[in-house]
Design a protein around this ligand. Structure first.
Ligand SMILES: [Zn+2]
Ligand SMILES: [Zn+2]
Length: 170
């Protein structure tokens, strides 16, 4: 008897109203925060803005349950990670392509250490006068034995298809 009276008094009181409004307020804030979290997460994972909007709606519409549904179906990777991986793969491909050296005349594969193309006998690189190591055209000094390279000793490669310089024989 006293308990039910106490209960009725409590639920009828203004304290209960304040508490109920406060609970409602937090419920709405939590619902909105979950929706915003879904929106932010979807933007990091999905490129299409329509799909991001749809994900946000799913995050809001079954209240509190939507974010879990979204988490079941969201893409597993962030867009940044996908882009980074693509860049890495491209860098590896470029590195592999750079290693794939070819003779400028006959296009057959040559090693970086070759002085002469073994197929068409085109001179590819100058050898060091001291240790016979193959030298790059830009090098000023042999990196293997520290012998300075005379500028005349390294002839730049003739551009592909350039006609030979005519020499006067008179
Ligand atoms: Zn060749
Ligand atoms: Zn050398």
């Amino acid at each position: 008897m006293t308990a039910s009276l106490l209960g009725a008094g409590f639920f009828g009181s203004s304290t209960w109203h304040v508490l109920r409004n406060l609970l409602l307020f937090f419920a709405v804030v939590f619902w909105g925060a979950l929706g915003y979290w879904v929106y932010k997460d979807a933007r990091r994972r999905v490129e299409d803005p329509w799909l991001v909007a749809m994900a946000t709606v799913v995050g809001l519409v079954p209240p509190y349950l939507g974010p879990f549904l979204y988490m079941l179906f969201r893409p597993p990777e962030y867009l940044e990670e996908v882009r980074e991986r693509e860049l890495e793969i491209r860098a590896i491909e470029e590195r592999l392509a750079a290693r794939d050296l070819r003779c400028p005349v006959c296009r057959s594969e040559v090693e970086p250490s070759f002085l002469v193309c073994p197929v068409c006998t085109t001179r590819l690189k100058q050898a060091c006068s001291s240790c016979r190591a193959p030298l790059e055209a830009l090098w000023q000094v042999c990196p293997y034995c520290a012998t300075p390279i005379e500028p005349a000793a390294v002839a730049p490669l003739q551009p592909l298809g350039a006609p030979p310089v005519p020499r006067r024989t008179e």
